[in-house]
Design a protein. Structure first.
Length: 300
């Protein structure tokens, strides 16, 4: 519930930060992957009555509510929405806020399917169930009671930037967000305060499409370059959603399918390989422990 929820001082919001081997990256589900899952869940579970809750793990990033069954059993799942990288499973009296962490997935499966290791939560809907699997337990399942207002007021959601496909997101907004900011433009995108959902893979790809070097200080971007970047972000994310997201290691959609956008990447995870546009070797460097890829000729 919103009234009792706090972010512990030693626990940050799910960010996916950490050391990675760039050739064997463990990428957290980003906006395209979460949107692919949302569409799958909306098609299979929305409109159904929840019949049972099985909680196998009492704690993920934060404790899973022990009274979840009392909140949900007998209630109809009205819709499955998304805010940034969070899934919002909405009922008449509240909302289940779900984050997939770094390696989580939600699958629609038969009720008699045996649970595996790391299958932490089942939401049963008669002849099928939603099963949350999270090997690293960095995900979250939180209940937001409708009595406390819109789930968008929840502390995890209230400070998020604009959605990249909304009318509010354009070059003007991005240009305003870069004024006076000396951090690298890629880090600005990853922060999520200007626009949500542009994680590590899609930041590198968007900057390539826009012809902007990832290390460029944000304040140096002109309005025309911000216009190009905003358009590149939308195009990159749309292409990734159409491809079912990116599967580097763990991600699968709600029906178990892998994404294949990583096969179409211009620069991400292609260090030393020829640029798909100019043939120059793709470069890689670390920015705050995250692998960044770019082409020195195509991006200035």
């Amino acid at each position: 519930m919103l009234a009792s929820f706090t972010l512990p001082g030693n626990q940050a919001r799910p960010s996916g930060r950490g050391r990675q081997n760039p050739r064997h990256a463990v990428a957290m589900p980003e906006l395209p992957e979460v949107e692919v899952v949302r569409r799958g869940l909306s098609a299979t579970a929305a409109g159904r009555t929840l019949t049972a809750v099985v909680r196998r793990a009492p704690k993920l990033r934060w404790p899973v509510p022990d009274d979840l069954a009392g909140h949900l059993v007998g209630r109809v799942l009205r819709s499955v929405d998304r805010r940034g990288k969070y899934l919002l499973l909405s009922f008449d009296h509240g909302c289940l806020i779900v984050h997939l962490g770094m390696s989580g997935s939600i699958a629609w499966t038969r009720p008699d399917t045996p649970a595996r290791v790391h299958d932490h939560l089942d939401l049963a809907f008669g002849d099928g169930l939603l099963r949350l699997n999270d090997p690293r337990r960095f995900g979250a399942v939180l209940w937001h009671d409708g009595a406390h207002g819109s789930p968008l007021s929840h502390p995890l959601l209230a400070s998020l930037g604009v959605e990249p496909f909304s009318e509010a997101f354009d070059g003007a907004l991005l240009h305003a967000a870069t004024r006076g900011r000396r951090l690298a433009v890629k880090q600005l995108l990853l922060a999520g305060s200007a626009v949500v959902g542009v994680g590590n893979i899609y930041a590198s790809e968007s900057l390539f499409r826009a012809g902007i070097r990832p290390s460029t200080p944000a304040y140096r971007l002109s309005r025309p370059r911000c216009d190009r970047l905003a358009q590149a972000i939308r195009e990159t994310l749309a292409a990734a959603i159409a491809a079912g997201g990116s599967t580097l290691r763990d991600f699968v959609s709600s029906d178990g399918a892998s994404g294949y956008f990583q096969l179409e990447c211009f620069v991400y995870d292609r260090a030393g390989q020829p640029c798909r546009r100019c043939g120059s070797p793709v470069r890689m460097r670390r920015q705050q422990q995250r692998a960044t890829y770019w082409c020195a000729r195509c991006q200035t």
